[in-house]
Every structure is written in C-alpha cells, then in structure tokens.
Write a protein that binds this ligand. Structure first.
Ligand code: HEM
Length: 353
C-alpha cells in the first residue's frame, strides 16, 4: 500500500474528483459524497483492479452501504446491543446492519465471479486477482479461502473509506474556517509546485502543507477509539492492575489532545508540527493510526491519499463557507458515532485556475 501504482491511481482519481467539484460551479455543496466517491474508488482500484464512474449504480450502492454500515455501527442502539447482546430482538438497527452486510456480500461474490472468469495469472489487476491466483495454485490448508477473501475485501472498504474521506472533509472545513492558514498552504503550493501535478516526492518540500494535514488528523481525531485489544500478560498500567486476557480499548483522543504533549491541544495549530526554522517535525504523540504491532495496516496508503487529494484540491480551489455563513459560524463540533465526523455543512469551492 502507498507505493507507486497507488500514487498513479490517486493522482488519476484526483482529476475525476476535481471535475466533480467543478460541476458545482462555485455553488455551496456538501463535501461528503464527492470525497467518499474518490476515496472508495482507490479501494476499488486496489481490490478489483478498476475504478468506477461516480454515477454507476453498482458503485453508488456499494459506497452507500459501506457508509451506512459505519453509521449504524456507531449508533447508540448498536452500542447498547454490544453491551447487552441478549437484547438483540429489540434492536432494529441490528437487522438493518445484517441486511446490508448480506447485500454487500452478494455484490462482492458477483464481482469475484466476473474476475475469476477473466483471470490472467500473468497480469494481476488487483488484490482479488492475486488472491485467486494463490487459491488456484492448489495449496491446501491455506488462509487463501473464499471466506477470507470476502472478509478481507469487506474490511478494506469498511476501514479504508470513511476514515480517509472524513479526514479530508475535516481538512477542507478547517481551511474554510481559518482562511489565513489556507492562504499559507496556497502560497507554499504555488511557489513549490505551480500548476503541475503534485507528487508524493514533493511532500518533503511542502512542510507547511504537511503540518496542516498532520494537524487536521490530530484535531479532527477521526477514530477516537482504536480497535479492541487483549492483554497478553498480567500488567500494572498507571497504577491499575490489568489481568492477562482483559479486553482493552485504547483511547487515541487521550494522546492526540493531551495537554502535556501539545502546546494548544484544542486549537487548530499547524505549528505543532514545525520547528523554529519552519521545518516539519514528527511528534511522538501523533498516533491517529494507533501504535504497536496492530497499527493500522493502511497507514501509508491513507497518508499518501491525504497528501495527494488535499494538496491537489487546495492547488485548484479556494474553499469558503456557504453564502450567508461567516467563517466563525462554521461548526467544528463533531457528530458522535464510531467516527468523529464533522457536523453537516456545505462549502464553496471557487476555482483558482
Ligand atoms: C486517515 C485514515 C485512517 C485512519 C485514521 C486509520 C486508523 C486506524 C486505527 C486507529 C486502527 C486500529 C488499530 C489498532 O488495532 O489499534 C485501524 C485499523 C485498521 N485499518 Fe486503518 N485507518 C485509516 C485508513 C485506512 C486505510 C486506507 C486502510 C486500508 C486500505 C485501513 C485498513 C485498516 C485495517 C484493515 C485495520 C484493522 C487491522 C487489524 O485488525 O489489525 N485503514 N486503522
């Protein structure tokens, strides 16, 4: 993930995303759908080996279900169900969740069967092809079975779409809310990149833009709670004894907003990631992808997508609040759920080219 082929797919997708945004002709729009489409297509390219047109019904239904699934997973009723599973028959969202998972499963099985019919082992189009080639090599007792293929693909969509798209939405919202910071990003992009396509290799020459993206992830805090883990031995942590085998939920917010680590923990302050010479600096407490052996496996892909999509959009558009809304009126309170998603809002994207 995050390698050259992914870079090319992302730069190609950013052109489609810009066309979509251009079609709003400077009118205010909800940023959700365009960003979900672009980010979902990266997963489609990686998994199925092809992108979809944004209005293809196969694609719209897939994107819509992945996102509704995540919303339902974060709903209060499903959280109650997770605590008290015996309540299952009274939880309406549980049925919705299962129905949608079944529809996603059915759709994926159709995609897989088409990919199987057209499989050329010499030319793998994506992850599914590579998996099928392993399956057909006749290895028995292997992890390359049908269930693992389906679950892997569904996991990549669930884990890799809303996280990245929501971070980008926070980034654009912060830019509209703090126009002076947006000015600085655009001045840097203009002087280092000009009109050409941004590449991953440019990141080291764009310290301010890089700092803004890191600060977006820190303050946006898209995934406040990492995946549940289990202690592998008895341990005493901060004075509390935790028995081996206990389920623990790492709270990433406690690090990303820790007042002993960050100079301005609750403010959008890109200087958190800049030294006195305005060079980019890494910070140990920056861990939106969690840490340790189970750190997010999509980190490098996500970081590449965030950089390329964000820089390309800022290079081409000026983001401002909808007419009649002042910058100060843009609400930065997140909606509660599994993910921290910005409250509903619209932005204008005015072409700079
Ligand atoms: C800004 C974007 C993203 C953020 C903030 C993020 C964050 C995280 C976090 C905090 C975890 C839990 C790690 C733990 O167990 O402690 C995780 C797990 C995971 N992420 Fe990401 N992620 C992002 C994008 C992606 C992308 C693009 C992919 C794949 C294409 C991906 C695939 C996964 C998978 C498969 C897991 C589960 C790993 C496991 O069970 O061990 N993520 N992610």
């Amino acid at each position: 993930m995050g390698k050259r082929a992914c870079e090319d797919k992302t730069t190609d997708e950013s052109q489609h995303l810009m066309e979509l945004i251009n079609a709003f002709k400077g009118e205010a729009f909800d940023t959700t759908q365009p960003l979900y489409n672009a980010v979902s297509n990266i997963i489609c390219s990686m998994v199925y080996g092809r992108r979809f047109e944004y209005d293809d019904p196969e694609f719209t239904s897939l994107v819509d279900r992945v996102n509704r699934n995540n919303q339902i997973m974060g709903s209060i009723s499903i959280q109650i169900y997770n605590l008290f599973p015996w309540l299952c028959q009274w939880i309406a969202n549980r049925k919705k969740f299962h129905d949608m998972a079944l529809a996603t499963k059915k759709q994926n099985l159709e995609f897989f069967s088409h990919l199987k019919e057209t499989l050329n082992p010499q030319m793998c189009r994506g992850l599914v092809d590579a998996f099928l080639v392993r399956q057909e090599s006749g290895i028995t007792n292997s992890h390359f079975n049908d269930t693992n293929l389906l679950i892997t693909v569904m996991n990549l969509f669930a884990a890799g779409t809303e996280t990245t798209a929501t971070t980008l939405r926070w980034g654009l919202l912060f830019m509209a809310r703090y126009p002076k910071i947006q000015d600085q990003v655009q001045v840097e992009l203009r002087s280092v990149i000009g009109d050409r396509q941004v590449r991953v290799a440019d990141r080291k020459n764009l310290p301010f833009t890089d700092a803004v993206i890191h600060e977006t992830q820190r303050l946006g805090n898209v995934l406040p709670v990492a995946a549940p883990h289990r202690t592998t031995r008895d341990i005493t942590f901060q004075g509390h004894f935790i028995k081996k085998g206990t389920t623990v939920y790492p709270l990433l917010t406690s690090v990303l907003h820790d007042a002993s680590e960050w100079e301005k923990p609750h403010t959008f302050h890109p200087a958190h990631f800049l030294d006195k010479d305005n060079k980019f600096v890494k910070r140990d407490a920056f861990m939106p992808f969690s840490a340790g052996q189970r750190i997010c496996p999509g980190e490098s892909l996500a970081r590449m997508e965030l950089f390329l999509f964000f820089s390309t959009l800022l290079q081409h558009f000026r983001f401002t609040p909808a007419p009649g809304v002042t910058e100060e009126e843009l609400d930065l309170t997140p909606c509660m759920g599994l993910l921290h998603v910005p409250s509903p809002h619209k932005l204008r994207a005015v072409s700079r080219m």
